[in-house]
Design a protein around this ligand. Structure first.
Ligand code: SF4
Ligand code: SF4
Length: 149
C-alpha cells in the first residue's frame, strides 16, 4: 500500500508534506505542477496527510472516486522521470525535493529515516509515542523484529 497525492495539490505545491515524511518519499520534479509519493518507498505512516492544507493526500484505500486516476499518476511520475534520468536528459535537475543523503538502495534510505526520527525525538519535534509508530514499520523493513517481553 502507499499514500497518494491527488488533484488538490495541483499548482499548490507548498511542500508542507515533504517536511514531515520520515522516509523522504514525497518528490517534486522540475516541470511538474504537483508533488508525488513514491509508492514503493512510502511506509504508510500517515504523517503527511494532516499537514496538507488542501487535503490532497489519501491512503490508497481511501482515494476518492473522482481522483482514482491519481494512483497511477503518482506511480507513472517516477517511471517518467527515471526514464528521463536514464536517458541522461541533463544533469539531474530532475532531482527530487527531498535531499536524500545516502541516495542508494532502499535499506540505506530506511536507516536514514530511522536516524531522522531519532533526531526528531531528541529535539522533541516528535513525541515518543508518535516516534514509536514511525519507527516500527521502518525497523521491520530493516529486518528488525520487536516482540514484547
Ligand atoms: S504516509 Fe508517511 S511515508 Fe508515506 S508519504 Fe506520507 S509521510 Fe511519507
Ligand atoms: S502538502 Fe498537500 S498541497 Fe502541499 S505539496 Fe504536499 S500534497 Fe501538495
Amino acid at each position: 500500500m502507499a499514500y497518494v497525492i491527488a488533484e488538490p495539490c495541483v499548482d499548490v505545491k507548498d511542500t508542507a508534506c515533504v517536511a514531515v515524511c520520515p522516509v523522504d518519499c514525497i518528490y517534486e520534479f522540475d516541470g511538474e505542477n504537483m508533488l508525488y509519493i513514491q509508492p514503493e518507498e512510502c511506509i504508510d505512516c500517515d504523517a503527511c496527510r494532516p499537514e496538507c492544507p488542501v487535503e490532497a493526500i489519501f491512503p490508497l484505500a481511501e482515494v476518492p472516486a473522482q481522483w482514482q486516476s491519481y494512483i497511477a499518476i503518482n506511480a507513472e511520475a517516477f517511471e517518467r522521470h527515471s526514464v528521463e534520468a536514464a536517458a541522461g536528459d541533463d544533469e539531474s535537475d530532475d532531482a527530487a525535493a527531498p535531499a536524500a543523503p545516502g541516495g542508494g538502495g532502499a535499506s540505506s534510505a530506511e536507516i536514514e529515516a530511522v536516524k531522522n526520527v531519532l533526531v526528531d525525538v531528541q529535539g522533541k519535534a516528535v513525541a515518543p509515542d508518535a516516534a514509536l509508530e514511525l519507527l516500527m514499520p521502518l525497523l521491520e523493513k530493516c529486518g528488525v523484529t520487536i516482540t514484547d517481553g
